[in-house]
Ligand binder design. Structure first.
Ligand code: ZN
Length: 178
């Protein structure tokens, strides 16, 4: 049976139903911005679910980084040189590739690959694809043969933008001759 949204408590004060903890709570326990919405949740429940969601996405980036590192290890043994960190992964996955495969636009079972095998692994050499596409890419001797010219040029131009954004050449300071 559906619970009424509002109910008066014994003292005649209005209480609202939280759909998550399944309790009637005083109105002050709800954010006013959520009161109009269906499936209202109390403040405590909203904070809890937000924390859980943040943890989940955080884990997702960590897993992707690990996958990338494992693939690199498979190819290069223990000598893995990666210029990429967890916070880069978030940027690359979310902001650059919008949580979908750069090849198929598929948005499930995603992982990152080193795009150009001859270049080091950096955020501007990192492309989001599905796990299956990643396997094919990593196995292929010449991975660029797997893609159309359009796909390649789209991806390259995006990577160039990332590079422009992130790449800071190391400044060289020369001590003046004495
Ligand atoms: Zn609640």
């Amino acid at each position: 049976m559906k619970k009424p949204v509002e109910k008066k408590d014994a003292d005649g004060n209005i209480t609202r139903y939280c759909s998550l903890c399944a309790k009637y709570l005083p109105e002050a326990q709800f954010y006013t911005s959520t009161i109009q919405k269906k499936g209202k949740r109390c403040k405590t429940c909203m904070i809890k679910t937000n924390v859980a969601r943040r943890k989940r996405t955080h884990n997702r980036y960590r897993i992707m980084l690990r996958y990338l590192r494992d693939a690199e290890k498979k190819k290069n043994g223990e000598k893995v040189s990666m210029n990429i960190e967890e916070r880069d992964i978030r940027y690359v996955v979310k902001d650059v590739w919008h949580n979908q495969s750069a090849i198929s636009s598929d948005d499930s079972h995603l992982s990152l690959i080193r795009w150009d095998k001859d270049e080091p692994l950096t955020p501007w050499n990192c492309v989001l694809v599905t796990k299956r596409e990643a396997r094919e890419h990593n196995r292929a001797k010449r991975p660029m043969k797997l893609y159309s010219e359009d796909q390649i040029s789209n991806i390259q131009s995006k990577l160039q933008i990332v590079k422009n954004e992130l790449f800071k050449p190391v400044r060289m300071f020369f001590a003046p001759f004495e």
